[in-house]
Design a protein around this ligand. Sequence first.
Ligand SMILES: Nc1ncnc2c1ncn2[C@@H]1O[C@H](COP(=O)(O)OP(=O)(O)OP(=O)(O)O)[C@@H](O)[C@H]1O
Length: 287
Amino acid sequence: MTGIQLTEVSKSYGRRRVLDRVTLDVGNGVLGLLGPNGAGKTTLLRVLATVAGADAGRVELLGRDARDPLERVAIRHRLGYVPQEIGFPRGFTAFEYVDYVGILKEMTDRRARHDEVRRVLEAVGLTTVARRRVWRLSGGMKRRLIIAQALLGDPRLLILDEPTDGLDPEQRLRLRDTISALAEDRCVVVSTHQTEDVAAFCPRVVVLHEGSVRFDGDPRLLAAAATGRVWRSDQRDPGARLAWRTGDGGVRQIGSPPAGATLVEPSLEDGYLLLVGDCARAVKATR
Ligand SMILES: Nc1ncnc2c1ncn2[C@@H]1O[C@H](COP(=O)(O)OP(=O)(O)OP(=O)(O)O)[C@@H](O)[C@H]1O
């Protein structure tokens, strides 16, 4: 069964079209979603999490039609969602918070639910702080707590909006590992601003720009698209599309290289920045 099948999905807020005929077919594995601020990533994830409806197009999740209210309930029983914004009820411990979400998910058998709460807290490395009040947890721990609640009930579809945001490098690695393991037999969509996250654990990446899919494929192909367009020198080149100082005192530059430039191996970040820059120029030219 396909996890996600979107066909020509569009959504607008007022007169602004935020998703523009998005078509996607996603099976098991991790799909990384990249895009600049305002590209429509969160809106797309909200549609996938059945929090927001599409204005047009077909949204099929876990083989069910998300527009049908009964089918939607069935989808939600098998879906885990980590939203971008987090709010916690006051006074709860980590355990009580996840347990509360379990109750909302209609996990009525108390003992089985508590076992499940312990399992998901363990999965994100929060067992030792299970009895600590949420307001006393660090920002990174709170992010992991939100991920824990999404894992309740072993969902087949996981929608994660910037899950690694605010995590320290060790926790980030640990979470990447957890997500990769989960994705072996389920469909996981992860939005992020970190190209290194995508390079590290997403075999497939989708780039959104102004609500449209501009790239869908292997991250290595996105990086390779910048081959011959990334160079390094000591001085900033006025003709470079993008240029930034690197830690070793040099300048990394993207665009059409000047004669004699020392070309370097492009990274996923280079390929992404070049693509987004090209999209922005194309949009500007049509306005
Ligand atoms: N509820 C809403 N009402 C009106 N406009 C909205 C609403 N939610 C989002 N938007 C607008 O839709 C566009 C896409 O927003 P969205 O949050 O989906 O982008 P994003 O790619 O997730 O951005 P970011 O990387 O900054 O989180 C933005 O212009 C935003 O202002």
